[in-house]
Design a protein around this ligand. Structure first.
Ligand SMILES: C[S@@+](CC[C@H](N)C(=O)[O-])C[C@H]1O[C@@H](n2cnc3c(N)ncnc32)[C@H](O)[C@@H]1O
Length: 214
């Protein structure tokens, strides 16, 4: 991962966001809502702009920040986004409405492990963004990768988990060790997957970009 100094430098020269976008960033900071780090967000948006997906599936809405930013970056994209926390889901709804994006962003309330049928109604997706519980990435991939179109892209956030995945020892709690083990196993699985060409970018909390072979 890049050093704090380099990260701060990049953040400093990222173009200013609108007042309305800044308001969501500030809310997230104030209320400890884990939204994407700025450098990771900008990288994700570059892939969205390049790919120009017709339909995006997002696993992990939180308060709608990344869904809104993707919708603003690609005016033709439709986004289906899943969130299981009711309070966050309701705030996401308000935020989406405040941007008048409710016709392009559909929010689904529930656990992404149980919503395959509903999500399938909108398939196929040419872009899937996984940004929910890190210990369940393999499940999310198993549930939804079959809904990806040929040539589609899956971006998975937090795959370096603050650098812990590279640590040989020193992971103190058993819970942390177990989580790191799951992320490592997911990373190795995807990197070796015969149907995808994948790379890990050390931006934000680590981002895996997987392009499906057509
Ligand atoms: C890192 S936040 C998402 C941030 C959002 N993508 C952004 O950058 O604006 C992860 C969210 O995923 C939700 N989540 C975690 N596991 C989930 C699951 N199994 N199904 C649905 N949502 C889940 C959490 O409640 C949390 O709000």
């Amino acid at each position: 991962m890049v050093s704090n100094e380099v990260n701060q430098y990049i953040e400093k020269i990222i173009p200013a966001r609108s007042e309305q976008v800044l308001k969501i960033e500030q809310y997230a900071k104030l209320h400890n809502v884990p939204i994407m780090e700025l450098t990771g967000m900008e990288t994700l948006l570059s892939y969205v702009r390049l790919k120009k997906p017709k339909r995006i599936l997002e696993v992990g809405t939180a308060i709608g920040y990344s869904a809104i930013r993707m919708a603003l970056a690609c005016q033709t994209a439709e986004i289906i986004s899943i969130e299981r926390d009711e309070e966050r889901y309701n705030i996401a709804k308000e935020n989406v409405e405040s941007f008048h994006l409710e016709n392009r962003i559909t929010l689904l309330f529930g656990d992404a492990n149980e919503l395959q049928k509903q999500v399938e109604n909108y398939a196929p997706y040419d872009f899937i963004f996984i940004d929910a519980a890190k210990g369940q990435y393999q499940n999310f991939f198993d549930h939804y990768s079959s809904m990806l179109s040929p040539d589609g892209i899956i971006v998975t956030d937090n795959v370096l988990f603050r650098g812990y995945v590279a640590e040989e020892s020193g992971l103190e709690s058993r819970r942390l060790r177990s989580l790191v083990k799951k992320i490592r196993s997911f990373n190795e699985y995807i990197m070796q997957h015969p149907d995808y060409q994948s790379s890990i970018l050390p931006v934000g909390d680590g981002m895996m970009v997987s392009i499906r072979n057509s």
